[in-house]
Structure formats: structure tokens, C-alpha cells
Design a protein. Structure first.
Length: 94
């Protein structure tokens, strides 16, 4: 995961505080529950992206064993495979 769970928790709190300060949400749950839900959503999103990365790397290693991990060609091919997997899963990367 690109972000630690502590960083995700801090970001979730900042997002929630901004939404509440600017009166963009009207809560019917506690603020703590709201923060927890936002944090959970962010973590789930990061897990999905990690899963796509792992699947893309495995697929690429199988389909293109000639490519060396970390090279510019590998990175370009990885982005294409990740985009295809994301579309198939109904997920948007970026």
C-alpha cells in the first residue's frame, strides 16, 4: 500500500473536518463513525489498487517473459495491463 494506515487515518480526519467545516455534509451518525467510514473507504480503494497491481504484474510476467521488471518498456506495458484490469473491475485508476 502506498500510504500507511496512520497516514490514511490522518487524511480521513482532514477530509471529514473539511466537509464538516464547510457544511457540505449533514451527519446522522457520530463524527467518529463518519471518520471511520471514510478511512475504511480509502483503505479499501488502496487495497483494490494493490490487487490490480499484483494481478497486472503476474499477467505481464506470463504474457511477456522477455520484459525486464523496472524497465521503461515494463512500466508502459504495466500501465496498459493495469488499465485493462481496472476497466474489467469497474475501477478507475488515476
Amino acid at each position: 500500500m502506498r500510504l500507511s494506515e496512520e497516514r490514511v487515518a490522518a487524511l480521513a480526519r482532514e477530509i471529514c473536518e473539511t466537509l464538516l467545516d464547510e457544511e457540505l455534509v449533514d451527519l446522522e451518525i457520530t463524527e467518529e463513525r463518519f471518520v471511520h467510514l471514510v478511512e475504511s473507504l480509502i483503505l479499501e480503494d488502496l487495497r483494490i489498487e494493490d490487487q490490480i497491481d499484483e494481478e497486472a504484474a503476474a499477467r505481464l510476467r506470463k504474457q511477456r517473459p522477455d520484459l525486464e521488471d523496472g524497465t521503461p518498456e515494463w512500466e508502459i506495458a504495466m500501465e496498459r495491463v493495469k488499465e485493462d484490469l481496472a476497466i474489467a473491475k469497474g475501477y478507475v485508476i488515476r
